[in-house]
Ligand binder design. Structure first.
Ligand SMILES: Nc1ncnc2c1ncn2[C@@H]1O[C@H](COP(=O)(O)OP(=O)(O)OP(=O)(O)O)[C@@H](O)[C@H]1O
Ligand SMILES: [Mg+2]
Length: 356
């Protein structure tokens, strides 16, 4: 059931936080086993990487005690939850647990929760001693998982308790939030982090942990994270567990993703070899390196953009590859789909020959 706060995110001893707290462990008793995503969760707004305009605006509003209801949305691992938790730390310091009701997707999110828990919390008198704000905070993480009924009920609750309570809604898919709720909140979109932000934050963790990571390893981590900082830290930590020296190969091996040079080789076979040879070579590399066909198809699709060919042939090839990827997502037979992949390239090769 819902609770007033999640223990993993709170560390009273670390309050109030400052930029010098950067990287302070929440798992001080056993820092070695601590997941780095938690160990390096930003403690203050200044620690949040990227989104400078958004963070500065939220920081200013928090300092001036003018925080509106918030709706933070965007893809995973971009700092939405961390930002709100940092706001709560800034507002309430050690009183944090009394002043915030945090509900997330694992809790019951139906209309009853809105009617009872949120309503009870919002209407209860706050026990704030010496906090920066006496206004309480309801944090609805993963708000896109709320039922429509609950969202409609929340609309009224927000209105009724605006004086005493701020609501912060967080979600990945803003289109799942009803317009009436959206219009009651100030919306901020958290975009995927750009490579330089991911790189910088990774460098900070690498230094703090004293890791041996070369440039190839760092570039691979940035590439595979796709703008998701959580993913970047998780890959870094699991690669570190399997290998002391972190280079490109170690990162790709750990994630099971095909390396760029494997993809180049596979594309070469697809473009030059007979059906039988391509089938054998690709099956062999797939087995040896433990690659998933779906990853190969996705990376080969990206590779097709680098090959010079008439646009009509490229579009057809990419569409066909997307079909294969789609079928693979339904666990279609791998061998059949590998055959399909090779046939797709055979057709493209014929079209290329006819075009010259
Ligand atoms: N902007 C950021 N700056 C620094 N660290 C970040 C940032 N975004 C994410 N992280 C890292 O990733 C972890 C997860 O971040 P967070 O929980 O804030 O993501 P989120 O945007 O709420 O993702 P989700 O949509 O999946 O809930 C954090 O603990 C932190 O280590
Ligand atoms: Mg979150």
């Amino acid at each position: 059931m819902a609770k007033a706060s999640a223990p993993m995110e709170i560390d009273d001893a670390s309050l109030p936080s400052s930029t010098t707290d950067k990287g302070k462990s929440l798992f001080a008793s056993d820092p070695k086993s601590a997941p780095w995503v938690e160990k390096y969760r930003p403690q203050s707004l200044a620690d949040v990487a990227a989104h400078r305009d958004i963070i500065d605006t939220i920081d200013r509003l928090t300092s001036e005690n003018r925080l509106p209801h918030l709706l933070l949305y965007g893809p995973p691992g971009t700092g939405k939850t961390s930002t709100i938790l940092a706001v709560a730390r800034k507002l309430y310091g050690a009183q944090y647990k009394n002043m915030i009701l945090e509900l997330n997707a694992s809790d019951d999110r139906g209309i009853d929760v809105v009617r009872q828990q949120i309503q009870n919390f919002a209407s209860a008198r706050s026990l704030s001693f010496g906090t920066k704000s006496t206004v309480k905070l309801v944090l609805l993480d993963e708000a896109d998982a709320m039922t429509k009924d609950a969202q409609f009920a929340l609309r009224r609750v927000i209105e009724k308790h605006t004086k005493s309570t701020r609501f912060a809604l967080i979600c990945n898919h803003v289109n799942k939030i009803i317009p009436a709720l959206q219009s009651r909140c100030t919306r901020f979109r958290f975009a995927p982090l750009d490579s330089s932000n991911i790189r910088e934050r990774l460098e900070h963790v690498i230094k703090a942990e004293g890791l041996d990571v070369d440039q190839g390893g760092l570039t691979s981590l940035v590439r595979l994270s796709n703008g998701d900082m959580r993913k970047a830290l998780n890959i870094l930590q699991s690669t570190h567990m399997s290998s002391q020296h972190i280079n490109e190969e170690a990162v790709y091996l750990c994630t099971g993703n095909p390396m760029p040079k494997d993809i180049e080789q596979i594309a070469y076979w697809l473009l030059n070899e007979s059906f039988k040879s391509a089938f054998n070579y690709i099956s062999d590399v797939k087995m040896r390196k433990g690659l998933a066909l779906v990853d190969i198809v996705r990376e080969v699709t990206m590779f097709v953009f680098k090959i010079k060919m008439p646009p009509t042939i490229r579009v057809k090839l990419i569409n066909d590859l997307a079909d294969i990827e789609y079928r693979l997502s339904f666990a279609c037979n791998d061998k059949l789909q590998l055959g399909s992949l090779i046939s797709t390239f055979t057709n493209a090769r014929c079209a290329l020959v006819a075009a010259v």
